[in-house]
Write a protein that binds this ligand. Structure first.
Ligand SMILES: C[S@@+](CC[C@H](N)C(=O)[O-])C[C@H]1O[C@@H](n2cnc3c(N)ncnc32)[C@H](O)[C@@H]1O
Length: 230
């Protein structure tokens, strides 16, 4: 069960982000206000981890002097973009973070947990975020909601198409299936587990040492801010 979940993630999450990184990054430049507010409110001296940071959109947010944000992601291509913006980033997997226990004052997980293809793996990913968070530190988690205005889902486990525009396809020459009339060179299917109302809350409540302090809906996502209690 779990190995098939890992296989789905390899094929329908990691390979997809590797291939669409350049195009994806062009669509991700505007920080969402509530996440920027979370960062701006952190006290000076905070050490923050953005796990699944993508192109580092949130690492570049304005923060108080002395707040430092470090990013990590599975996708090397997206991290190259983050690195070209002078962000400090590391390639690693959310399920096995190469950090000591209790070492960050705040943790961001924006649009990452919905890419894990089993409940057990989603739980383990959040447990790993909790492990690296210091006592009294805060984490903010955003996941796609099943309840969206624009998109309707038949199931909670879905493939969402990404139409790679030809101009962003770095493998264009190798793509034997290309249709020269289309501005798209390939359609990828990204795996998502879309969360029902209350599901993220229940998952976080089942993890020791996390106490929910905010639970809200924002930009078609269910969102939680939680604190680590000692
Ligand atoms: C929708 S993007 C969000 C990127 C960024 N957080 C943002 O808000 O712009 C999802 C990100 O999660 C990363 N990701 C997916 N599975 C991961 C895993 N197991 N470990 C680390 N990163 C992962 C992807 O590579 C991708 O960068």
């Amino acid at each position: 069960m779990d190995s098939s979940a890992a296989q789905v993630e390899t094929e329908h999450v990691h390979r997809v982000y590797d291939d669409i990184a350049f195009h994806f990054s062009h669509t991700r430049y505007k920080p969402w206000p509530k996440i920027a507010e979370f960062l701006a409110a952190l006290p000076s001296g905070s050490f923050v981890a953005d796990i699944g940071c993508g192109n580092g959109k949130y690492i570049g947010c304005p923060v108080r002097a002395g707040v430092f944000i470090h990013g990590s992601d599975r996708c090397r291509e997206l991290l190259e973009i983050a690195r070209s913006r002078d962000h400090e980033v590391l390639v690693c997997d959310n399920l096995l973070l190469p950090y000591k226990d209790n070492c960050f004052d705040a943790v961001l997980s924006i649009a990452v947990i919905h890419h894990f293809a089993s409940k057990q793996r989603r739980r383990e990913a959040i447990e790993e975020l909790a492990r690296v968070l210091a006592p009294k530190g805060k984490m903010i988690i955003y996941v796609w909601a099943m309840e969206q205005q624009r998109k309707k889902f038949d199931s909670q486990d879905v493939f969402v198409p990404w139409h790679l525009q030809r101009q962003f396809n770095r493998k264009e020459e190798e793509d034997a299936t290309k249709d020269s009339k289309s501005c798209f060179s390939h359609t990828y299917q990204r795996y998502y587990h879309v969360f029902k109302e209350g599901e993220l809350r229940d998952l976080i409540e089942s993890i020791p040492h996390l106490q929910i302090i905010q639970d809200y809906y924002d930009h078609e996502n269910w969102c939680i801010v939680a604190e680590k209690i000692a």
